[in-house]
Design a protein around this ligand. Sequence first.
Ligand SMILES: Nc1nc2c(ncn2[C@@H]2O[C@H](COP(=O)(O)OP(=O)(O)O)[C@@H](O)[C@H]2O)c(=O)[nH]1
Ligand SMILES: [Mg+2]
Length: 358
Amino acid sequence: MRIALLGLQGSGKTTVFNAVAETPIDTQPGVLQTETHVQVVKVHDPRLEACRDIFEPKKYTPAGLEVWDPPGLPPGTTEGDRERRGRILSKLRDADAYVIVLRDFRSDLYPYERPERDPKADLDRLIDEMVTSDFIIAEKRAEKLRDSVLKKTKTADEDKTELSVLERCLECFEAGKDLAELEIDDLTEKRIRSYQFFTRKPMLVLVNGPDEVPADFADGTAIRMRSVTSMDAQIDAELNAMDAEDRPAFMEEFGIEATAADRFVRDVYSGVGLLSFFTVGEDEVRAWTIRAGESAVIAAGKIHTDLARGFVRAEVFPHEDLLAAGGMRELKAKNGIRLEPKDYVVKDGDVVHIRSAV
Ligand SMILES: Nc1nc2c(ncn2[C@@H]2O[C@H](COP(=O)(O)OP(=O)(O)O)[C@@H](O)[C@H]2O)c(=O)[nH]1
Ligand SMILES: [Mg+2]
């Protein structure tokens, strides 16, 4: 899962990144960021730790979310700003979900920007940016396809189908509707996936500043936000930079119930609709991330594409059963392992071992 932080310059993305990253990076506020920082944030999971205690495996691998911290979107309208914005947005398209970081503190860092906070206005502006960007991509492609259909080129039939899908998307944009609401079949879904539309992907809001945000903060926006949370990233980044043994006292003082990384993972899992399944054994105990509702063959593909290709059956059991039995042998003796077909819907906390013919 690739989660991109998305926001205006100076909204605090890099500070949020440093609050959740295992190894914080050195930054200079106000210096133009050119690279995208990437780190995997581990999913701390007591259920997996309990499995580890049973096997004492050679290798222990928690699930991870890949977090991207790209340069911020420049607010200006100059040609240079437009180009930079286009470049950043096009790179961001490859992410699977977005956490929109909004500035909820006063800042004089960028003199051409409004120094007062107005996170709602910034959110509307970012959404507008994404919808416009999606619209342009759809419109450009549609134009090409119309041309091809008209000229009855070799691919005209295929192009006609693709065009009809795009036209539905364009209608959606024009009506100011969320592309996520568009109901399409799996085949059509595959077709439009290649466009990497922002507005078809899960979006979460993170309001960065000292105040709590009301739950209805993002109500009525043009794109539905899957969740809204707040973070005082400056404080959380400081906390994350501390030695682990100094953290609890600091957390207590500031009333922080869990580390920023844990809260971030929790929000992304629930907002995007993710779950973890496990593979266990003496060699490795490991967690994997999939979307709720995904099947055993998709789970197999996460482990290795060969396992999906040669999928025969999945051996499945809830990890709780393993913990209760105390070991694999005991679980087998109780007939606690089920065999499931390709379309079995994997549950959160399932242990899944794939039998494959390849
Ligand atoms: N007061 C306050 N300042 C913050 C907060 N988060 C970030 N900043 C400051 O805002 C500036 C820009 O932050 P940065 O993370 O570099 O923003 P980015 O451009 O979105 O990556 C820095 O000077 C940060 O110290 C916050 O929660 N409160
Ligand atoms: Mg930054």
